[in-house]
Design a protein. Structure first.
Length: 108
């Protein structure tokens, strides 16, 4: 299975925390997406995406849970159900749940 984690920040201080997570994730064979400082796709806050699979899932989830330092993180599996499902019913949050722009999925 393949998974995504979306790591969000709402301030310069939180961005620094979020960026500090990138090296350990990269060192554990995660794919790291572009750093987005503005809204992108359904994500209404700055964020970047982490890609991982079953081989490193346990590490990623434990690492993020332990080191998120108050950040909001959306975790989801990539399913055949589509992006709307993956980002809502198929997702779970570490920290505060943030509002997503789900209207972009209406065309699916």
């Amino acid at each position: 299975m393949k998974y995504h984690a979306h790591i969000y920040w709402t301030s310069k201080f939180e961005k620094e925390i979020a960026l500090e997570l990138r090296i350990p994730l990269h060192n554990n064979k995660c794919g790291l997406g572009k750093i987005h400082d503005t809204q992108v796709g359904p994500h209404t806050f700055p964020m970047y995406q982490v890609s991982f699979d079953d081989s490193n899932k346990n590490f990623v989830e434990a690492f993020l849970k332990t080191h998120r330092n108050g950040l909001s993180i959306l975790l989801h599996q990539i399913t055949k159900e589509g992006d709307l499902y993956d980002h809502t019913l198929g997702a779970r949050w570490l920290g505060n749940e943030l509002k997503l722009n789900l209207e972009i999925f209406e065309e699916e």
